[in-house]
Design a protein around this ligand. Sequence first.
Ligand SMILES: [Zn+2]
Length: 160
Amino acid sequence: MLKQCCACKLMLEPLKFNRDRSRSDGLNRKCRACSSAACSRWYEDNKASVAARSAEWREVNSDREKARVAAWRAANALRKRNTEVLYYAAHAEAKRASRRERHKRDSASLADGYVCAVLIEGTSLSRRDIPMALIELKREQLQVHRLLTGLDQAINGEPK
Ligand SMILES: [Zn+2]
């Protein structure tokens, strides 16, 4: 069934009209083309007052908008800081744990670094000052000491 546009008077299919719930047939009285033309005309005629009103809105709301942005930034900065603190705490703990693990491994295997650290402990020497031969000697000494400790425990039981 065709419907007549009240503006251009053409008989058109219902699809050519915008919907309008307030009307009994559910369609606008003007066809889409006429509606859109009327809309453009209205905007052309009212451009200045539309611009003035939106400038006025921005003016009235600018303080509120600024406050909103500042609040968001503050909340976000706090959240970011908290995340960083948690991350570094977890990271530091993981680093300490891995250092402990490495120390245990190096100590168990009498690694060069560990033996060297035992050698320079209590001196102001650095690892670079220690010749490899000295590290080998110290390693043997530590091995002997550990053997003796094991023997002692085998004979006399765990130390009190
Ligand atoms: Zn029309």
